[in-house]
Design a protein around this ligand. Structure first.
Ligand SMILES: NC(=O)C1=CN([C@@H]2O[C@H](COP(=O)(O)OP(=O)(O)OC[C@H]3O[C@@H](n4cnc5c(N)ncnc54)[C@H](O)[C@@H]3O)[C@@H](O)[C@H]2O)C=CC1
Ligand SMILES: N[C@@H](CC=O)C(=O)O
Length: 368
């Protein structure tokens, strides 16, 4: 039987997007042999330019992009896939853009399934959230976004399945930010200024494109909102109480350039927060959603070094899910919650899941 060819239009070729391309190129043979699936990228884009290659990009894609990418609008992309009669289309959003999300519905209406690492579509107003799902249903398309929470960790899926089975989830809490986890895990155990560790988190690709999204608590709040909506709670972003880590004189009101050069302003307040804790305590930035009281909160806490949260390493997330059946002892999901390799692998898993769904639909069509 001939392989199922999947055509991926990739928006965003930064940390996650470029790693995804390289992972696919590396494992191409494996997918063909084991899954009978061929993954191609006929279009890749950054925020302003797109590179078109009908047969799919090859190893030297970065040089080709630099040489031949051209300005694009979403209409150009839709027109191109139609003209070239490309089938089995998946749009992959590896941006943090709010603009790109406006294209999801037109893409779905033009035959695309969607896979997204970008949290924006799931955290806009409920009206958009519902409209998106109405379109998915109408056009029989999938939208997968496991990497929206916990990067490659199976958090969304676990919550979804617990809810699907009728399990009553009572509380979800823990460390949801990989980048802030990395910052505080190092800040607690090493004698380094906060700003230096922040700069290293940015350089390694652990933070959002603008790390103020992490330090403001918005990124954690988005994750709480995404999980809350998975269990059909009617909540908006504005319902979340967020205690920001940004400073009155260094926050979203500053330009990106001012923020970049003034990060050492973080050093003194965080040093004070560190040394004024009780003995053997460390700082952790946590999110909590209490379902009964409908309270969603993001805050900085000080915990004993010996506790589960206190022992986190690297960019670990630790997410506790309390449910009726599990009682006082929660389900715990722990592991790297940020990083380009784990996140790209999570996106790739979603792509393969969509491909399997397409395969099943094709088989049904063929049997008719
Ligand atoms: N880096 C990580 O560890 C994780 C990232 N994510 C999510 O993955 C997404 C991407 O993160 P990174 O790759 O780290 O960011 P990045 O800043 O390295 O890359 C972002 C890319 O998106 C492109 N872009 C921006 N606006 C665009 C637009 N309107 N249309 C097309 N392309 C556009 C940029 O040019 C760039 O190529 C974010 O939404 C982030 O929250 C999720 C889990 C973990
Ligand atoms: N900035 C985010 C990336 C993943 O969502 C984080 O650190 O958790």
């Amino acid at each position: 039987m001939s392989a199922l060819r999947i055509n991926i239009v990739l928006f965003g070729i930064g940390n996650v997007g470029s790693t995804l391309i390289n992972q696919v190129i590396e494992s191409q043979k494996f997918f063909l042999e084991k899954r009978n699936i061929e993954l191609r990228f006929p279009i890749i884009t950054n925020s302003t330019l797109a590179f078109f290659e009908k047969g799919g990009i090859k190893n030297q894609w970065e040089a080709n992009f630099a040489q031949s990418a051209i300005p694009f609008r979403i209409e150009d992309i839709i027109e191109y896939v139609q003209e070239q009669q490309l089938e089995n289309l998946i749009a992959v959003d590896a941006t943090a853009s709010s603009d790109i999300v406006k294209n999801y519905i037109p893409l779905i209406q033009n035959g695309f399934d969607i896979v997204s690492a970008n949290k924006k579509a799931n955290t806009l107003h409920t009206d958009f959230y519902k409209e998106l799902r109405r379109n998915l249903k109408k056009f029989d398309k999938s939208f997968l976004y496991e990497t929206n929470v916990g990067a490659g960790l199976p958090v969304v899926q676990t919550i979804k399945e617990l809810h699907f089975s009728g399990e009553e989830i009572t509380k979800i809490r823990g460390v949801f930010s990989g980048s802030v986890s990395y910052i505080f895990n190092r800040f607690s155990s090493e004698e380094l200024p906060f700003s230096k560790i922040l700069a290293e988190a940015e350089k390694t690709g652990l933070t959002e494109p603008d790390s103020r999204e992490d330090l403001s608590g918005n990124d954690v709040a988005r994750k709480l909102l995404i999980l809350a909506r998975e269990i059909e709670q009617q909540v908006e972003f504005s319902d979340i109480t967020i205690s920001s880590l940004l400073l009155p004189n260094l926050n979203e009101d500053n330009s990106k350039a001012e923020y970049s050069v003034n990060k050492q302003l973080f050093d003194k307040p965080f040093h004070i927060a560190k040394i004024t804790q009780a003995d053997n305590h460390v700082l952790r930035y946590v999110g909590e959603f209490d379902i009964k009281s409908k309270q969603l909160e993001v805050k900085l806490i000080s915990v004993p070094k010996s506790s589960a949260l206190g022992q986190l390493k690297g960019a670990d997330n630790l997410i506790e899910i309390y449910t009726k059946s599990y009682g006082e002892l929660p389900i715990v999901i722990q592991g790297a919650g940020a990083g380009k390799q784990v996140t790209a692998r999570g996106v790739l898993t979603d792509i393969l899941k969509v491909a399997e769904t397409i395969k099943i639909k094709e088989a049904v069509w063929l049997s008719l």
